[in-house]
Design a protein around this ligand. Structure first.
Ligand code: NAP
Length: 326
């Protein structure tokens, strides 16, 4: 019997390949450059499964180009690259990789928070320039982190792990999310639910952990920057378009906030050119979940989701189980 065919847009990791190779005739895209859209549409045409990264869009056009497709499995928790309603209409299951990257991404949000508050990247650049004259009392003074107020927007899996880490810094933790979490979780994490406006006014650090959706696009723009403390920092490890990048540039120029540390960009991989020379900004190249352990788990999870469907099981992380007729 012929096996189902899968297109995978990266070679992934051996543990994930082992699952895929056992279940599919797999075509891996192995070139160092990203697969072009035209090549993607051509190669996906005869496939039953598509394992993709957040950089590939599974939209109407792709679904129309792949009439046999039964599953789109993204190696990411964010699934704004997939048109889930379009998948459902065509009975294509969409899956993501929730849970396995919470700790690693929360660690990275903290990496950025600490680095911007303590001016680490600026200091590193100074030292490497060969012009650092040695220790002095008033050099590169940053802001304290401990006992400050942390504002978390989006209190899901990652947002809560960010809050857990704040306990060690004896911070006051405010959160705003679509829905309030059970009171036991608030108590465990010493987190207080507040309206978005209060969070923006009170937080010394505002960190974003919402998914990208029509409701969260430009959630942080000029009116929000105007409410923030002049000494506050913005940290974005969610998705670039959650922040209006031009408004961020304007806010920094007007000194509405003290700085920003970004992992994601509105027009990735492009970054607003006015951010590049700024010392009050840290720019990371989308590293949130980038540990070898976590990326391996994500790839294995994506492979397992794809394989499950062809073993007659419900993929563990189906975003639209209704596509299975359940
Ligand atoms: P999650 O568990 O679904 O949490 C998202 C939270 O945001 C939920 O509490 C959700 O509320 C809330 N939310 C949704 N829409 C909102 C809105 N309009 N206003 C306020 N709150 C809203 O997701 P997660 O696993 O923590 O991941 C969050 C996002 O982080 C992902 O979607 C992804 O884009 C991003 N991410 C980035 C990286 C990176 O490499 N930088 C790594 C991992 C994840 P409900 O509970 O009501 O749904």
């Amino acid at each position: 019997m012929s096996r189902p065919k899968a297109l995978v847009t990266r070679p992934l990791f051996p543990a994930a390949r082992a699952i895929l190779d056992l279940n599919f005739d797999v075509e891996y895209w192995t070139q160092p450059e990203r697969i072009s859209r035209a090549e993607l549409l051509r190669r996906v045409a005869d496939k039953d499964a598509f394992v993709c990264l957040l950089t590939e869009k599974a939209d109407e056009e792709l679904l129309a180009a792949a009439p046999k497709l039964r599953i789109v499995s993204t190696v990411s928790v964010g699934y704004d690259n997939i048109d889930v309603p379009a998948c459902t209409r065509r009975k294509v299951v969409a899956t993501n990789t929730p849970g396995v990257l919470d700790e690693t991404t929360a660690d990275f949000a903290w990496t950025l928070l600490m680095a911007i508050a303590r001016r680490l990247v600026e200091g590193d650049a100074w030292l490497r320039s060969g012009t650092w004259p040695g220790w002095d009392l008033d050099q590169l003074l940053g802001g304290d982190i401990w006992e400050k107020t942390l504002g978390i927007i989006g209190f899901g899996r990652i947002g809560r792990e960010v809050a857990r880490r704040a306990l060690g810094f004896r911070m006051r933790v405010l959160y705003h999310s679509r829905s309030r979490v059970p009171v036991e979780i608030e108590k465990e994490l010493h987190a207080e639910y507040v309206p978005l406006e209060s969070l923006l006014r009170e937080a010394d650090f505002v960190t974003l952990h919402v998914p990208l959706s029509p409701e969260t696009r430009h959630l942080i723009s000029t009116p929000q920057f105007e409410k923030m403390k002049r000494t506050a920092y913005l940290i974005n490890t969610a998705r670039g378009p959650v922040v209006d990048e031009a408004a961020l540039v304007d806010a920094l120029e007007r000194k509405l906030i003290a700085g920003a540390a970004l992992d994601v960009y509105e027009h990735e991989p492009k970054v607003h050119p006015a951010l590049i020379p700024r010392k009050d900004v840290i720019l990371a190249p989308h590293l949130g979940s980038a540990s070898i352990e976590t990326r391996t788990k994500m790839a294995v999870m994506a492979a397992t989701n794809a394989a499950a469907l062809f073993e007659g099981k419900r993929p563990p992380n189906a975003l639209n189980p209704e596509a299975l007729g359940l």
